[in-house]
Design a binder for this molecule. Structure first.
Ligand SMILES: NC(=O)C1=CN([C@@H]2O[C@H](COP(=O)(O)OP(=O)(O)OC[C@H]3O[C@@H](n4cnc5c(N)ncnc54)[C@H](O)[C@@H]3O)[C@@H](O)[C@H]2O)C=CC1
Ligand SMILES: O=C([O-])CC(=O)C(=O)O
Length: 366
């Protein structure tokens, strides 16, 4: 390399180093001077319900956006729940959360959506024992059609949306279709609860802590056709990182009971509690948004329901759960994973169900 190129390279390196150092000093000074970040406004719909009640304190404590991120919480519910919603607001005030900079409790969807940066859509009707999630379709998709327009018109332009209410994938799809100006990459649905359930089942079976297991995948619908896939999952052992299949050496369990347990976990909770999952759903919603906004740890992916771009042969036009990594507020589907015949069949079956749900949802809306 010529002398002048070496000097130029040195200058660039010094410049990069100085900029990084300067930025670190500014951040440190802000910390010392107690200069806070601007608050982020988070909407929770259905906030008077059981997930809402578990979720809003988590958001106010920094579980969703980090321990140094102030928040303003907007809570929406319907008129019959207005008094209960006001009770939740009173409790949020009584909890004196340092990060909580404001609370709006309202039954007016326009007021609720005003300027929100993150929208967690929990409002809707939960299923009861013996129902499939699509059985609440007709009640819930019309809510998502109506709220799509309010979000489109009144939320911040870069608002990130997470749909929790069931049928979660199809509600998210309807929201996307009726809010065409919201970028499709900003509309997602929750399958992180299923992902966490899969991690939990494997950690119990291997008798290791759940944080030692990673890279399971939930493919498809947040329904009993979802496919929890462990073919790429790993576990940390004293001999280093191992494939879960190798560490467990029990393909029979992984290919049968494990899959059905994860697929049916929601129903098992309803049977036990007579109410659907709430604390685990709220926690998973925080995980989903935290990783989306702040990034996934290096070498780790998570599952998110996103609008299909055709990856892995899944047709566009449905919201399907894929393995994703997140960086700088953007998710990307993990590409190039090997799919065997067993997985292919299950991935296609859950895609087929989503196509059927889409047709059913459109028929509910006419
Ligand atoms: N994706 C997932 O992993 C999970 C999804 N869910 C779903 O989340 C939803 C909420 O569950 P829960 O909190 O247990 O139900 P919940 O019945 O306790 O609460 C739902 C709340 O939504 C409100 N609501 C109804 N229509 C509304 C509207 N148009 N706008 C705003 N709020 C409205 C209700 O008044 C109620 O307060 C259900 O659809 C449930 O099936 C539950 C667990 C996990
Ligand atoms: O099963 C339900 O209806 C609630 C839910 O989505 C879950 O717990 O996964």
């Amino acid at each position: 390399m010529e002398q002048e190129h070496i000097i130029l390279l040195q200058k660039i390196l010094v410049l990069l180093f100085s900029v990084t150092l300067f930025w670190k000093i500014i951040k440190h000074m802000c910390g010392l001077l107690n200069i806070e970040k601007e608050p982020v406004t988070v909407l929770v719909t259905g906030a008077a319900g059981q997930i809402g009640y578990a979720l809003v304190p988590m958001i106010a404590r920094g579980v969703m956006l980090g321990p140094d991120q102030p928040v303003i919480i907007h809570m929406l519910d319907i008129e019959p729940a207005a008094e209960a919603l006001n009770g939740v607001k009173m409790e949020l005030i009584d909890a004196a959360f340092p990060l909580l900079k404001g609370v709006v409790a309202t039954t007016d969807v326009v007021e609720a959506c005003q300027g929100v940066n993150i929208a967690v859509m929990v409002g809707g009707f939960p299923r009861k024992e013996g129902m499939e999630r699509k059985d609440v379709m007709s009640k819930n998709v019309s809510i998502y059609k109506a709220q799509a327009s309010a979000l489109e018109q009144h939320a911040a332009p870069d608002c990130k949306v997470l749909v929790v209410a069931n049928p979660a994938n199809t509600n998210a799809l309807i929201l996307k279709e009726f809010a065409p100006s919201i970028p499709e990459k900003n509309i997602t649905c929750l399958t992180r609860l299923d992902h966490n359930r899969a991690l939990g089942q494997i950690s119990e079976k291997l008798d290791v802590h759940v944080s030692e297991v990673k890279n399971v995948i939930i493919w498809g619908n947040h329904s009993s056709t979802q496919y929890p896939d462990v073919n790429h999952a790993t576990v940390k052992t004293t001999d280093g990182e191992k494939s879960v299949r190798v560490a467990l050496a029990n393909d029979n369990w992984l290919n049968t009971e494990f899959i059905t347990t994860v697929q049916q976990r929601g129903a098992a909770i309803i049977k036990a509690r007579k109410l659907s999952s709430a604390l685990s759903a709220a926690s998973a919603a925080c995980d989903h948004i935290r990783d989306w906004v702040l990034g996934t740890p290096k070498g780790t992916w998570v599952s998110m329901g996103v609008y299909s771009d055709g990856s892995y042969g899944i047709q566009p036009g449905i919201v399907y759960s894929f393995p994703v990594t997140c960086e700088k507020g953007q998710w990307s589907i993990v590409k190039g994973l090997k799919i065997d015949e067993f997985s292919r069949e299950k991935m296609d079956a859950t895609a087929k169900e989503l196509m059927e749900e889409k047709t059913l949802a459109h028929s509910c809306l006419v």
